[in-house]
Each structure stands twice: as structure tokens, then as C-alpha cells.
Write a protein that binds this ligand. Structure first.
Ligand code: 13P
Length: 247
């Protein structure tokens, strides 16, 4: 799966142009493997524009609950306007909004109650990476977020090293592959039904490096920030992914 994460970008006119290009140029056989997370304000617009296509629409975050929580969007509300999935625990939520694993666990529960597919984002900081703590950090991020939750077969993890997001610096594809295998093992051992998740990689994916990533056996797709804002650039990456998975 390839997901475009637009973060706090987009407006009515540029979204319209993006979707027009996307509809005209996206290979039809891959479209159900593509997700878009526009800003919450633009989800309705994107849903309308892409109504007759199987592309998945997601929300970038949900609150852990609804009701008297000014400024929040609940899982139920996201599901009601037709979202298929929600990101949970993106590193920008963890850093800027101080979201902790305990809260993320509540958000996953809330997503499941609303029938939204949760995509748990995890990743280590540069400092943690340099100290050789990557695997320990990822393990605790997963365990604390899904302990005692019955995860479903469509559970997805996105591995996004904090130091690779928006920096142009990435780990080596082979190293990501090893980390993804580890993530699959950790989730599987936490899962009462032995579920093995898809694991997406995110962090400075672009047209030039994506082939390296997508040829790795344990990299099941990408979560793409900056390079997803330009429809043409995004579709170049989608085309590389499409060619590799249909080979
Ligand atoms: P960039 O692709 O801009 O590095 O962002 C990655 C990301 O945070 C996607 O969620």
C-alpha cells in the first residue's frame, strides 16, 4: 500500500488539480492499494472528487473519544464521513502534541469501535538510533500501544524513523528490511490471533530511492509526505511500486 500523507497542506484549488491529475494518470489496477490522508477539513472534498475510484481515504489522527472535547474529531465522526483508515501516533503527533503510547492505545481501541482501520506509526529519534536503541524503542512503542487489544488482520504499522522525516536522509533499504521483519515478529507475538501486519516505510521517500525500498521483501509499501504533495511526483513513485508488485 502507498499512502499520501498531506499533513497540514492543501487547499480547495490545489486539491482539485491534484485529484484531476491523479484520476487521469493513476494505473487503475493499483488504485485500491493507494490511500490519501488529506487535512480533515478537505476529506469531504477529496471523497467527492474520487468518489468513483477505489482509492482509500484516511484521516491523519483521531481523538481517543468524542463528546465535550473542543477541537477534536472522534473515530465515529471520521467513519461517518467515509474514512477507511486513520493514522495513529505519527511522530509529529508524538513530538508536537506530546502523545504517549498509552493515549495511542486508546485511539486504536476507538478506531476499532468505529470500524476504522488503524495504522500505527512508530519510529526512533536520531539520538536513540545513535545509541543503538532502535529495536528497544520500536518494541515498546508497539507493545504499549496494542497490549490486550485484539488486533485485526488488516492492522498496519508504518515505520518512520524521526530523523528520516523531511530530511532527505534515509536508512539503507536493507536495514529497514531487517527492522520491518522485527516489527512483524513483535506484533505477531502480541497478537492473540497470530496476525502479521503489513509494514510500510516512511521518511524521505522519493522517485529515486523508492525502487530500492520496494524491492525489499518486508517493505510492504510507503507512507509519503513531501513527495506526495505534487501529484506527478507521487504518481512516479506509485508507478514504481505498481511495476514491482505486479512483476
Ligand atoms: P516525508 O516523506 O516528507 O519525509 O514525510 C514522511 C512522513 O512523515 C509521512 O507520514
Amino acid at each position: 500500500m502507498i499512502i499520501a500523507n498531506w499533513k497540514a497542506n492543501g487547499d480547495i484549488l490545489s486539491n482539485l488539480k491534484w485529484c484531476k491529475f491523479f484520476i487521469e494518470n493513476c494505473p487503475k489496477e493499483i488504485i485500491s492499494n493507494i490511500g490519501i490522508t488529506p487535512s480533515s477539513l478537505h476529506i469531504g472534498q477529496i471523497k467527492d472528487l474520487l468518489e468513483s475510484f477505489e482509492v482509500k481515504i484516511g484521516i491523519q489522527d483521531i481523538d481517543s473519544d468524542g463528546g465535550p472535547r473542543t477541537g477534536s474529531i472522534s473515530g465515529e465522526m471520521a467513519a461517518d464521513i467515509g474514512c477507511d483508515f486513520t493514522l495513529i501516533g505519527h511522530s509529529e503527533r508524538r513530538t508536537l502534541f506530546k502523545e504517549r503510547n498509552e493515549l495511542l492505545k486508546q485511539k486504536i481501541e476507538s478506531a476499532y469501535q468505529a470500524n476504522l482501520q488503524p495504522i500505527l506509526c512508530i519510529g526512533e529519534t536520531l539520538e536513540e538510533n545513535k545509541q543503538g536503541k532502535t529495536m528497544d524503542i520500536l518494541k515498546s512503542q508497539i507493545e504499549e500501544a496494542i497490549s490486550n487489544i485484539t488486533i485485526k488482520e488488516d492492522f498496519i504499522v508504518a515505520y518512520e524513523p524521526v530523523w528520516a522525516i523531511g530530511t532527505g536522509i534515509t536508512p539503507k533499504a536493507k536495514d529497514i528490511n531487517v527492522i520491518h521483519e522485527f516489527i512483524k515478529d513483535v506484533v505477531q507475538s502480541q497478537s492473540s490471533d497470530n496476525e502479521v501486519p503489513l509494514v510500510l516505510y516512511g521518511g524521505s521517500i522519493n522517485e529515486s530511492n523508492s525502487e530500492d525500498f520496494f524491492t525489499q521483501i518486508n517493505i510492504d509499501g510507503g507512507l509519503i509526505g513531501g513527495a506526495s504533495l505534487d501529484a506527478e511526483e507521487f504518481l512516479k513513485i506509485v508507478n514504481i511500486y505498481s511495476r514491482l508488485i505486479t512483476q
